[in-house]
Design a protein around this ligand. Structure first.
Ligand code: SDX
Length: 440
């Protein structure tokens, strides 16, 4: 379904150098309206300046909506809390991709289709042999996901909706397989093939932890927890990695290359890499007695240290995903008999102290989704370096849904921001013999 043209519901005026121009103001279904600035440069010769895009809507979208002040997160209008409690990741993937919750028949067909694409070409395994055994799995994922484009020449024409669709399904289906291979390669164990009788999350656990020698019994609570974590991480408006996907896709790059770019952007500790960084931070703090020292460092402008897992560009109240994950954290650690888990106690105490601290209250810095996910993964025995890989598995659904939406949007064009130039003014070339004099 093509999105309708933007409709101006109001007008703002900009007066500059004796000229006043009308700027259309458009509103969506919910949230702040936008100043349509598409004609600004031609009317005024001015660009906007908004590093980090703190006040800039880069696109229009029907997929996800966040209200940061109220801690609201909707996937196609459905609140994340209800989806986390009542749905499952395959249903949410269908919802994000196609716009509505599936009927039972649609869901079964979707799962069957995904299961038909979980295998990767046997030659993909040779890519792994080129990596050091201690390569970070995100480095491997960037490489092998991008390399998938060399295997699927039948789904690279992004102008063909059918090819866009099959590429989306292939990527969703193959991410857990590649993630399992990355982990197995790092520990020198044989790759485990996906099994169609297992659910998406069960398959991931099996490909991570089963071995040819011993039958692997999947813990249903762990599978449920992984499924819930995948739901919570599936999409999140125009975050850094999704914006990377859209920008790469706007040039016509193939979907596998775009997702590889998104994986690279997600890896950063300020973004998806924060779940891994939270564990590193908790290990560095080590004991509740040292929390005040680290809170002090997080507040010190001269210290680059930030409290990992806290703060968010959009949420200026509690991240609704963190609330759901907090419960899951207690469930998993309770079941695993690690109630007195020192890591969790430390995290709880850090959360309590930080949320009572004037600095964090004033700057509206609350725990975000990454604060708890790492603790849950660690309790399941998932290695820290695999945390962001799990985030990438989940976000592939959101990334590819946003990519498909962008390509189908008649308003989309190649992304090409401008800049404020503050460099040297025009100057002529200086021959070598003159340079020394010039610089003295
Ligand atoms: C994700 O965008 C998304 O939707 C991302 C994500 C998704 O689902 O895709 O939600 C996933 O990336 C969650 C965020 C994970 N990152 C972290 O937990 C890393 C720690 N958090 C910070 O790096 C920071 O909070 C950001 C990057 C998340 C947000 O940065 P902003 O919005 O650019 O905020 P800012 O850097 O301008 O900070 C505002 C103020 C600053 O102080 P002042 O300059 O105003 O004096 O708050 C301070 C910052 O110094 N601040 C922190 C802090 N986060 C912000 N101080 C201490 N510890 C922190 N964590």
């Amino acid at each position: 379904m093509t999105m309708a043209a933007l409709k101006a519901q109001n007008v703002a005026q900009l007066s500059y150098q004796g000229k006043t121009i009308d700027l259309p103001v458009c509103f969506g279904t919910d949230g702040p309206g936008v100043l349509d600035l598409q004609g600004l440069y031609s009317a005024t010769g001015l660009f906007t300046f908004d590093p980090g895009y703190t006040s800039t809507a880069s696109c229009r979208s029907e997929i996800t909506y966040i209200d940061g002040a109220k801690g609201i997160l909707l996937y196609r209008g459905y609140p994340i809390q209800q989806l986390a409690e009542k749905s499952d990741f395959m249903e949410v993937a269908y919802l994000l991709l196609y716009g509505d919750l599936p009927t039972s028949v649609q869901k079964d067909e979707f799962i069957q289709t995904i299961n038909n694409h979980t295998l990767v070409h046997e030659q993909v395994s040779s890519f792994f042999r080129g990596f050091r055994r201690d390569a970070h799995p995100m480095a491997i994922m960037v490489g092998v996901v991008g390399a998938l484009s060399s295997f699927y020449h039948d789904s690279l024409d992004i102008q063909d909706p059918a090819q866009r669709h099959i590429a989306a399904l292939r990527l969703i289906a193959k991410m857990p397989t590649l993630a399992g291979m990355a982990y197995k390669y790092s520990i020198g164990q044989p790759f485990v093939y996906p099994q169609s009788h297992l659910s998406y999350s069960e398959n991931f656990l099996n490909m991570m932890f089963s071995t040819p020698t011993t039958p692997y019994v999947i813990n249903p609570l762990w599978a449920k927890a992984i499924d819930r974590i995948l739901i919570l991480h599936a999409d999140h408006e125009q975050n850094a990695s999704t914006s990377t996907i859209r920008l790469a896709g706007s040039s016509g790059a193939n979907p596998f290359a775009c997702i590889a770019a998104g994986i690279a952007a997600l890896w950063g500790p300020a973004h998806g890499g924060a779940n891994e960084a939270v564990l590193g931070m908790l290990e560095e703090i080590g004991h509740v007695d040292r929390i005040p020292e680290f809170i002090g460092r997080a507040k010190d402008k001269n210290d680059p240290f930030r409290l990992m897992g806290f703060g968010h560009r959009v949420y200026k109240s509690y991240d609704p995903r963190a609330s759901v994950l907090r419960e899951t954290c207690y469930e998993i650690l309770g079941e695993a008999g690690v109630k007195d888990n020192q890591m969790l106690q430390l995290a709880m105490e850090l959360e309590r102290i930080a949320m009572a601290d004037e600095y964090f209250i004033e700057k509206k810095l609350y725990p975000n989704v990454d604060f708890y996910s790492g603790i849950i993964f660690k309790a399941m025995g998932i290695p820290v370096t695999m945390f962001t890989v799990l985030f990438a598995i989940a976000r592939t659904v959101g990334w590819i849904s946003q990519w498909k939406e962008m390509i189908a949007d008649p308003m989309q064009k190649i992304g090409r921001p401008r800049q404020l130039y503050v460099g040297k003014a025009y100057r002529d070339f200086i021959p070598m013999e003159k340079r020394l004099e010039e610089s003295q």
